[in-house]
Design a protein around this ligand. Structure first.
Ligand code: IMP
Ligand code: MG
Length: 179
């Protein structure tokens, strides 16, 4: 693997404080209602779990969907494929799609269309990280944790070639040969 190091970009305490704020916003929006939280595997699994257990006064259920657009490289292939579809029926339900990173927007855009096609009562999107400078398709994101620059991220569920998902913070991968 290419020589690299991982720097802390968002420390654990800051990260969890923000997750708490998002959970409070989402709790207020869906107070006393039923909500289907849909986590996008694998990257959002940690975020989704932390968010879910901070919701208050929401009758939440959880499901997962898995999409693939990246191979092992750090650039998107441009095509999105559903690797694992929802188990739950979403028709007539309030759905919150929870994603780790919005980068080009291709993955979320595809998943959004896929879910809207099944006629949920409503659909909102929550993304922990947003890299607006990389956007290729516009997709409405209702809740964003942090806007970040165009750096390659790992940790808190997010991988680089399946590595580093276990880090409790958001790290930035740096390549010494790039200076
Ligand atoms: P998009 O389709 O280009 O928006 O890419 C979204 C997906 O690419 C995310 O769900 C991540 O899995 C992955 N991705 C985007 N940026 C990064 C990154 O910096 N590190 C690791 N995965 C990333
Ligand atoms: Mg992902």
């Amino acid at each position: 693997m290419r020589e690299h190091r991982v720097d802390v970009l968002i420390a654990e305490d800051r990260l969890l404080a923000r997750v708490g704020e998002l959970a409070a916003e989402i709790s207020a929006a869906y107070q006393g209602q039923e909500l289907l939280v849909v986590g996008v595997l694998k990257g959002a699994f940690v975020f989704c779990g932390d968010l879910l257990r901070r919701l208050q006064g929401v009758d939440a259920q959880v499901d997962f969907i898995a999409a693939s657009s990246y191979g092992t490289a750090t650039e998107t292939s441009g095509t999105v494929r559903i690797v694992k579809d929802l188990d739950a029926a979403v028709a007539g339900r309030h759905v919150l799609l929870v994603e780790d990173i919005v980068d080009t927007g291709l993955t979320l855009n595809y998943l959004r269309e896929h879910i809207l096609h099944q006629q949920p009562a409503s659909l909102r999107i929550c993304a922990l990280l947003d890299k607006p400078s990389r956007r290729r398709v516009q997709v409405p994101v209702d809740y964003v944790g942090f806007e970040i620059p165009d750096v390659f991220i790992v940790g808190y569920g997010i991988d680089w070639a399946e590595r580093y998902r276990y880090l409790p913070y958001i790290g930035a991968v740096r390549f010494p040969d790039e200076g």
